[in-house]
Design a protein around this ligand. Structure first.
Ligand code: TXA
Ligand code: MG
Length: 330
């Protein structure tokens, strides 16, 4: 199969209408979002959803996020939506916040991994919302990576994983945020964060004027993706607080991932720059690109020097990249 590459800026007029038609019919398309790239298909068409799982090599009990372009679309797929959830949607969408809601009966179980709930998000790229609107159906889109690889945050990652495998690839350049959305369960009271992301509990709480639960550990069963280990390079990842923790300071197949502000001049290992602590978003934006690069170099040991400026979402992804028990890949 040849993949047609469409630059994001060209996604309008006839190009947009034709692509929407193809997606609605069942073809898949990689889309940029502000968080990470997504592998998108018609969420209400069983064959599209199956094709997404197959292309990613993802276990089918790990449900997908449905991407919408309007609140009307949310009401089409979800029921019993609490007022507080609607308030959050009105205030924080489009943006990196995914809502878990009770699904309506016509939403197929294959897209929800057999659950009675459905995950919904409105992405913050106008052209992509226009595409969803033109499709007239929500687009199911997990992160566009082969299962077990880091999410794609550069178009080169998309090409690496899906060129000649997926018919349409939209090139939106580098992902603006670089880490996935926050997943918030709005079927429980108080609402509960199931996956930390760019949006913080405090952002949600300041809209609602009340607390949300941020306890991930005890609820891992509810967000199937959190149960799976993922984002793991081939080499072993060690999170360290100081340079003294490095065990093998001269090995050629070992790297140290650090920030601009760390003084690593005395370290003789290969070094990879994650970003700057003065611009914490840069660390989020670069994480997956750095992990993918390191993976390609067949590095055996990866030290990551953590720092206090790292976001909760970044630390969560780093912990999952480090060796940890799990069932299979996300
Ligand atoms: O930023 C993002 O969220 C990206 C972009 C493409 O939108 N998408 C993304 O999708 O990260 P994915 O499939 O890689 O991760 C979705 C997460 C998984 O951990 C999954 O288990 C969880 O959301 N999830 C989906 N539906 C759920 C449900 N009904 N109940 C609980 N968790 C759910
Ligand atoms: Mg993913």
């Amino acid at each position: 199969m040849t993949s047609k590459i469409i630059p994001l800026k060209e996604l309008k007029n006839d190009t947009l209408t034709t692509l929407a038609h193809e997606i609605k019919k069942g073809l898949l398309c990689v889309i940029p979002t502000e968080t990470v790239y997504g592998l998108a298909g018609n969420a209400l068409l069983a064959s599209s959803v199956e094709a997404i799982y197959k292309a990613k090599g993802r276990p089918s009990d790990n449900p997908l996020i449905l991407h919408v372009s309007s609140l009307k679309m949310v009401h089409d797929i979800a029921k019993d939506i609490k007022e507080d959830a609607l308030l959050l949607m009105e205030t924080l969408w489009p943006g990196p916040l995914t809502f878990i809601l009770n699904k309506k009966s016509h939403v197929p179980y294959n897209v929800t991994g057999g659950l009675e709930t459905v995950a919904v998000r409105m992405p913050n790229i106008q052209e992509i919302r226009d595409l969803i609107e033109a499709c007239g159906v929500p687009l199911a889109a997990p992160s566009a990576n082969l299962s077990g690889k880091p999410s794609s945050t550069r178009f080169s990652h998309v090409l690496h994983d899906f060129k000649e495998k997926i018919p349409y690839l939209i090139d939106g350049g580098d992902s603006h945020l670089g880490l996935e959305s926050t997943v918030l369960d709005c079927t429980v009271s108080p609402f509960q964060i199931l996956r930390p992301g760019k949006l913080l509990a405090s952002d949600i709480e300041s809209v609602l004027g009340k607390k949300v639960r941020d306890g991930l550990k005890e609820e891992t069963k509810k967000s199937p993706g959190v149960r799976y280990k993922h984002y793991q390079p081939q080499g072993k990842v060690y999170l360290i607080n100081d340079l003294q923790s490095i065990k093998n300071p001269l090995e050629y197949d070992t790297v140290l991932i650090h920030t601009k502000e760390d003084d690593v001049s005395n370290v003789s290992l290969n070094k990879v720059l994650l970003g700057s602590q003065n611009n914490p978003s840069s660390m989020d934006q670069n994480l997956y690109a750095v992990l993918r690069d390191v993976d390609q170099e067949a590095i055996k040991t990866i030290y990551i020097l953590v720092n206090k400026k790292m976001s909760g979402a970044l630390l969560d992804r780093l912990k999952r990249a480090s060796h940890q028990e799990g069932v299979t890949h996300d």
